[in-house]
Design a binder for this molecule. Structure first.
Ligand code: ACO
Length: 336
């Protein structure tokens, strides 16, 4: 229950980092039976970034976090909590968030990973808001970071064209009343979890020669079912988050959707009846970076000066789990 003495939480800075190596559709044509025309027409993806074999998720997460800290004018010691949303942690434990804490020297921060696949960044914002509203913490770092190339099967044309690596970060702190997070909404439907899954490597199917031979450590996806779910849930989640802060789709100034596929984004745009100029799209450059996608898109849109003070900005995503979420922000460019 919202209490009048509660503080307002908002994003005071964002950051991102992308690995340098670019993999084009032509590169993938050499690996699997696919072609540029199919990939562009079905997904809108032209290229994606891939990390090298010595780079783990914590490495790119740290760089995205450093970028956000420098834009916020904060020191690592000012951070009270670090959350890393990822499906590609460096290892099962220690958490990637603890590794990032060490890398940053954020000695005053608690740290944990959260796993909600592509919705992870919105889940992270939602958790961060609770801590800031109550005054429990002052500055929280929410990072969405993935090295999906490490769990992508480059012999499976159904999935290998879709994914890329990258990291985005946001710092959530107290902001003045009327700005920041107006509402946030998250949901899940575990019964459809098998539609998007990395079957082996956990306690259900521990790593063995058999799981390796069966390629069970890679992403498996029922693309058309995930597609149908995504089209429905993107609009629904955005409308639900808007309704809970008394707004409607007509109030949206900027939509930053999860970047999985241009056709999914177009369908959400249509359902929300907003013009395409109000929607940020970068899936063509990076592919689907799961938990990093929305964070990187938000950072790019903010850096390009597309988000104006007072804009109603809606973040919306869906992903494995199945999970989904939407956040409504009254944007302000702090420190710009
Ligand atoms: N190149 C050429 N042909 C291909 C390729 C490819 N890379 N991949 C699949 N095909 C073929 C299929 O084999 C199929 O052939 P068939 O008809 O002979 O069997 C044909 O193309 C059509 O396949 P569809 O599945 O109908 O294609 P669709 O239009 O649905 O597009 C896609 C496939 C792009 C995967 C789409 O379903 C999609 O984007 N789904 C959502 C994926 C997603 O967003 N996942 C997000 C969550 S990720 C996360 O949480 C980590």
């Amino acid at each position: 229950m919202l209490n009048n003495s509660m503080r307002c939480a908002g994003i005071i800075a964002t950051g991102s980092y992308m690995p340098e190596t670019i993999v084009t559709n032509a590169d993938l044509e050499k690996l699997v039976d696919t072609n540029e025309e199919w990939i562009i027409s079905r997904t809108g993806i032209e290229q994606r970034r891939i990390s090298d074999e010595n780079t783990a998720t914590s490495d790119i997460a740290t760089k995205a976090a450093q970028n956000a800290l420098s834009k916020a004018g904060l020191k690592a010691e000012d951070i009270d909590l670090i959350m890393v949303a990822t499906v590609t942690p460096d290892m099962a434990f220690p958490s990637t968030a603890c590794i990032v804490q060490k890398n940053l020297g954020a000695v005053n921060a608690a740290a944990f990973d959260l796993e909600a696949a592509c919705s992870g960044f919105i889940y992270g914002i939602t958790i961060a808001e609770q801590f800031i509203k109550t005054g429990f913490y002052k500055n929280i770092l929410v990072i969405g970071a993935e090295t999906l190339s490490k769990i992508t099967d480059y012999t499976d044309r159904n999935t290998c064209v879709l994914f890329g690596d990258g990291a985005g970060a946001a710092i959530i702190s107290e902001v003045e009343a009327g700005y920041g997070i107006l509402s946030t909404y998250i949901g899940a439907r575990g019964e459809d979890g098998n539609l998007l899954i990395q079957p082996a490597g956990g306690s259900r199917l521990p790593a063995s020669q058999k799981t390796l031979d069966e390629r069970q450590h890679f992403i498996k996806m029922d693309g058309s079912e995930v597609f149908k779910f995504a089209i429905k849930i993107m609009g629904e989640a955005a409308e639900k988050a808007l309704a809970s802060c008394g707004l409607t789709k007509e109030d949206i100034d900027y939509l930053i959707p999860h970047q999985a596929n241009t056709r999914i984004i177009e369908s959400a745009t249509k359902r929300l009846k907003i013009s395409p100029e109000k929607v940020y799209v970068n899936v063509n450059k990076y592919g689907n970076m799961s938990a990093a996608s929305i964070a990187v898109a938000l950072d790019e849109a903010s850096d390009k000066g597309m988000l104006k003070d007072g804009d109603v900005v809606v973040l919306v995503g869906f992903g494995g789990g199945l999970t989904w979420g939407a956040t409504v922000l009254k944007w302000k460019n702090y420190g710009r």
